[in-house]
Write a protein that binds this ligand. Structure first.
Ligand SMILES: [Zn+2]
Length: 319
């Protein structure tokens, strides 16, 4: 029976080999809880003895992990009413999308009509911004059926896994994965498929949390980048680049930051330490969140140099 009245029992878990090198031998790294929503269970991350990749093992089966993707999962943007703070929330979400556009601009210049694929597209607001600005043709894939959301109007939305989608090989000028790869149960297959889908002059942009960052050192088992049990792997700079290269991708640019605000991790990690697995009440957290952001704004000016929490790679097909 799959429900979350209690912590998942051992038969909810499956053994998992290293995604990067395939080895089974690994040492314990850290044990995490679902600090964001407070659902039950403790989840182990290990570090591969052979290549150093950190990953969750054993991991929940797919049927089980779905239960941890709450309906209020913030990326799905179902909640829109935050009281008097709604304009601040909307402004920061729009800023997040515009930061993604700025990263796209580092990767390539998109001509009108070019095809763009966003894997793990959630509500599709990034694609909407890109359609409005660059007149591109957008495809979005997400395992949750979000097709009813008005933000996905004009997007070729595909519900399901990337591997289930029929898409034109070498058909995409740009493929993006914003905080998707670290959730992926088969990141090798996804990266290999991205390589096949990329046009010859195309670019793939991948953003994930960075394990070898200041925020992990600060928070350890309460690091928001664990996002247990959803995160299957925790990538450092070295292991992220190695994963891409293993699948025939060349890393054109590495950035120790991303579109996602590192401040969120600084704030949430501190809150998770205080709450110790009880879950973050977003309604109550939103005001301290914005106040903290104002207080920390002098530090956040240097976000790109401080290796706080995020990383991004821009890739092309290896020659
Ligand atoms: Zn390994």
């Amino acid at each position: 029976m799959t429900n979350l009245a209690h912590a998942p029992s051992t038969d909810a878990f499956e053994a998992c080999a290293c995604y990067l090198c395939g080895a089974n031998a690994a040492d314990p790294l850290v044990t995490g809880e679902d600090d964001l929503t407070g659902k039950p269970g403790r989840f182990s991350f290990v570090r591969c003895r052979q290549c150093g990749l950190a990953y969750q093992s054993p991991r929940l089966t797919l049927d089980w992990v779905k239960l941890y993707y709450d309906d209020e999962y913030i990326a799905h943007r179902k909640k829109t009413d935050w009281g008097w703070l709604t304009p601040f929330y909307e402004k920061s979400m729009r800023k997040h999308d515009l930061s993604k556009l700025a990263l796209v601009d580092r990767a390539l210049k998109l001509e009108p009509g070019r095809r763009v694929l966003d894997i793990g597209c959630a509500a599709g607001t990034f694609l909407r911004e890109l359609i409005a600005r660059d007149k591109i043709a957008a495809t979005g894939v997400d395992f949750k059926d979000l097709s009813h959301l008005p933000t996905l109007n004009g997007v070729d939305f595909r519900c399901g896994l990337l591997s289930e989608q029929s898409l034109a090989p070498r058909g995409f000028s740009l493929i993006t994965m914003w905080h998707f790869l670290e959730h992926d149960y088969d990141p090798n297959a996804t990266l290999a498929r991205c390589r096949d889908l990329l046009a010859d002059d195309g670019r793939l942009v991948i953003e994930v949390p960075r394990l070898d960052s200041l925020s992990y050192k600060l928070y350890g088992a309460r690091w928001p980048g664990l996002q247990a049990p959803q995160h299957t792997a925790l990538y450092s700079k070295a292991t992220l680049m190695a994963m891409a290269e293993k699948q025939g991708l060349e890393v054109v640019e590495y950035l120790p930051w991303g579109a996602f605000p590192s401040y969120f991790y600084l704030f949430a990690g501190a809150a998770f330490k205080l709450l110790r697995g009880r879950g973050l009440n977003l309604d109550r957290a939103i005001l301290p969140y914005f106040l903290g952001q104002i207080l920390l704004s002098p530090v956040l000016l240097f976000e790109r140099r401080l290796n706080l929490a995020m990383q991004t790679i821009i890739c092309r097909r290896a020659q």
